[in-house]
Ligand binder design. Structure first.
Ligand code: NAD
Ligand code: ZN
Length: 342
């Protein structure tokens, strides 16, 4: 089968013919239809320090996908060939305290699809049945392909009560932008989004931000004045990975404000502990998606009218993957989707 393989320990990805995966009794085999390119895939392409110490070479990468089940293991009795499915990208151990308690997103022994084990940028992928999410048969398949990052947005955005709250989202990458329609749906009042990239600020406005501003042009204090806010933001969603963005957020929260942090900083940064203490803030780190409450919420929000389709701004056939990665690296994209159907 064709697959995008990290074939050499250097910059790049290679379209290669590799053997189709085999399945065990608890696995399903999926014919991949559409895949999303994640920032993680770009790190692997660029072969940065993290990728060098994490990714086994050679290996097919990728973890955002939708496809059709073509075969199930002998122990699998509730998934069937023809089901349209995506895969949860974190394979958990099933045996640790958190897994046994049903808090699988807190597993301490998680393996990443397309990171620690073979991925979805391939014609076929095999996964344990416990990692499969079955979609409504009529789902938009490009949207289904990006349930993994949509899940990051939903997990973060629904970490705290949103109804009536003023929400600050720092970072208008695909995940930050997908959080906008989610907090809108959940009843936020003002949704302020920050980023330096004009293309992304524009996309944030089109997807429902009250205000989308660059920290280079204005301060969050000025934004609050403009919106008539007097006490700070109630909920903060850190989606940039910038220590500066988190610091600005902490400095602009209301007393008792709540912050969910998804963005991963390149290096650890200091926090204003006094502001956290005296303003009685709650900070929560977010990793991945809740299995499978986040997936359930994504599905039902789409059914009840949440529209994330405009975040998909670029589409390429899988053999044009170089163009897809170049678009991602330009920064002037929402989600980039690769088509594996032809
Ligand atoms: P992205 O890199 O496409 O988007 C980040 C955005 O933040 C960019 O548009 C950038 O211009 C903007 N930014 C940088 N500095 C900023 C600042 N000071 N203020 C405001 N905006 C700033 O990333 P993405 O794919 O949307 O993911 C968002 C973040 O979440 C990334 O840091 C990513 O590594 C992280 N992530 C975490 C998890 C997890 O499970 N915790 C999962 C996926 C992604
Ligand atoms: Zn576990």
């Amino acid at each position: 089968m064709k697959a995008l393989v990290k074939a050499k320990a250097e910059r790049g990805l290679w379209l290669e013919d590799i053997p189709e995966p085999t399945i065990g009794i608890n696995d399903v085999l999926i014919r991949v239809r559409y895949t999303g390119i994640c920032g993680t895939d770009v790190h692997i392409y660029q072969w940065d320090e993290w990728a060098q110490k994490t990714i086994p070479v050679p290996m097919a990468i990728g973890h955002e996908f939708v496809g059709e089940i073509v075969k199930v293991g002998s122990n699998v009795n509730d998934f069937f060939p023809g089901d349209i499915v995506s895969g949860e990208g974190h394979v958990v151990c099933g045996r640790c305290r958190n897994c046994l308690a049903g808090r699988r997103h807190l597993c301490a022994h998680t393996l990443g699809v397309g990171v620690n084990r073979p991925g979805a940028f391939a014609e076929y992928i095999a996964l344990p049945m416990t990692n499969i999410w079955r979609h409504h048969p009529g789902i938009d398949q490009e949207v289904a392909a990006i349930f993994d990052p949509f899940g990051n947005a939903v997990h973060t955005a629904l970490s705290f009560p949103i109804l009536g709250e003023d929400v600050l989202i720092t970072g208008a990458g695909p995940i930050g932008i997908m959080a906008i329609p989610v907090v809108r749906h959940a009843g936020a009042r003002h949704v302020v989004v920050t980023d330096m990239n004009p293309y992304r600020l524009d996309l944030a406005r089109r997807m429902g931000a009250t205000l989308a501003v660059s920290p280079k042009d204005t301060t969050l204090g000025e934004v609050q004045k403009q919106l008539g806010m007097t006490e700070g933001f109630d909920v903060g969603l850190e989606m940039s990975g910038s220590p500066q963005a988190l610091a600005d957020m902490i400095a602009n929260m209301s007393h008792g404000g709540k912050i969910a942090i998804l963005g991963i900083p390149a290096t650890p940064g200091p926090l204003d502990m006094r502001a956290i203490i005296f303003n009685m803030l709650t900070l929560k780190g977010i990793y991945g998606r809740e299995m499978y409450e986040t997936w359930y919420k994504m599905s039902v929000m789409l059914e009840s009218g949440v529209d994330i389709k405009p975040i998909i701004t670029h589409r390429f056939a899988y053999n044009d993957f170089e163009q897809g990665f170049a678009a991602m690296m330009s920064g002037n994209t929402g989600k980039v989707v690769l088509d594996w159907t032809s």
